[in-house]
Design a protein around this ligand. Sequence first.
Ligand SMILES: NC(=O)c1ccc[n+]([C@@H]2O[C@H](COP(=O)([O-])OP(=O)(O)OC[C@H]3O[C@@H](n4cnc5c(N)ncnc54)[C@H](O)[C@@H]3O)[C@@H](O)[C@H]2O)c1
Ligand SMILES: N[C@H](C(=O)O)[C@H](O)COP(=O)(O)O
Length: 345
Amino acid sequence: MDDAPSPLLAVTIGEPSGVGADVTLMAHRDRERLNLPRFVLLADPEMVAQRAERLEIDVSIRTVGSPAEALEGSEQDLAVLPLVNRHLEAPGRTDPANGAGTVEAIDRATRLCLSGDVAALVTNPIDKKALYDVGFAHPGHTEYLADLCGALTGRVLQPVMLLTGPELSCVPVTIHIPLADVPRALTTDLIVATARIVSDDLRSRFALDAPRLAIAGLNPHAGERGAIGREDEDVVRPAVEILRAAGVDAIGPLPGDTLFHPEARATYDVALCMYHDQALIPAKTLAFDETVNVTLGLPVIRTSPDHGTAADRAGNGTARPNSFIAALRLAGRMAAIRAESPVAA
Ligand SMILES: NC(=O)c1ccc[n+]([C@@H]2O[C@H](COP(=O)([O-])OP(=O)(O)OC[C@H]3O[C@@H](n4cnc5c(N)ncnc54)[C@H](O)[C@@H]3O)[C@@H](O)[C@H]2O)c1
Ligand SMILES: N[C@H](C(=O)O)[C@H](O)COP(=O)(O)O
């Protein structure tokens, strides 16, 4: 694997008022020392140049017409595939005029992944509310990518959000929905379908032979055998039984509060959690700077830093690029695994 050429990744700029440009410029500056995979950035080159100047990062930006052109030039340059829509450079200030460019970058990068022009997609954070305000009809990247890939491939796709770091990997079974809607959204079928995607993708995308899944309960103490809420017995337990009967190494329902201490973590590869914060609080608490958000269940490889737009840190040099760097590395590793195994393609 060491002799294989580094796969080219596509990076999207994300919300221009956030730290996407900052962490991308920092990673590019340190790429040789860190031995990072090569990438082409989908962005407004002028906006990126302005942010580099603000951050006093000395960078040579080379606009390119295609990913192939990005590979032809010097690795010293930051290769930028320009957007049709412009981006205003204003750290910390969202602007409705920026929405179209932000979505354009994600859309075009995804198409480049599907066509095989790039090996994987690394997205910088978007400001979800800013995009909702200009008509973006998806809760986040995760759901948007599933719909876009589904429309382009004629498949119905269920996206699965995986947060993976050095100490914990976990999946929220329900994702971007209000907490009040979780019990209604949580079904045995959804848990089974999510667990199957996790189990299959851990094998094909992460080269993990026998994935062990721990499935959390919804209620305190996993429902105390039905005394504190019925969902654990009526919805989660049947899912675990179906999975086990199908040969998936799954255990549960397990109380959520004792699922994340070190001894518990040693017993599984991925924890399936019933709602967003049950998964993302432990993931971001244990390793905010190293955890990566991966979308499973897609025909493309997509990773992202675990943090958001961090508008308070944009343009002032205080953003840490670590999670973005981890996202680049993981996308490169996943692309290499896929290149070696036709099953994962
Ligand atoms: N993948 C994504 O697109 C994604 C992920 C999470 C949040 N978001 C969006 O980001 C916006 C802000 O969300 P939030 O405030 O809840 O979370 P956030 O991660 O942007 O910020 C939370 C805290 O962490 C700090 N922080 C974040 N990234 C950092 C970095 N790289 N270096 C140093 N400190 C960092 C911030 O300064 C802030 O104090 C929201 O609009 C949300 O929807 C997008
Ligand atoms: N739920 C993620 C988080 O809190 O970090 C985040 O919103 C990312 O969502 P997308 O990758 O779907 O944009």
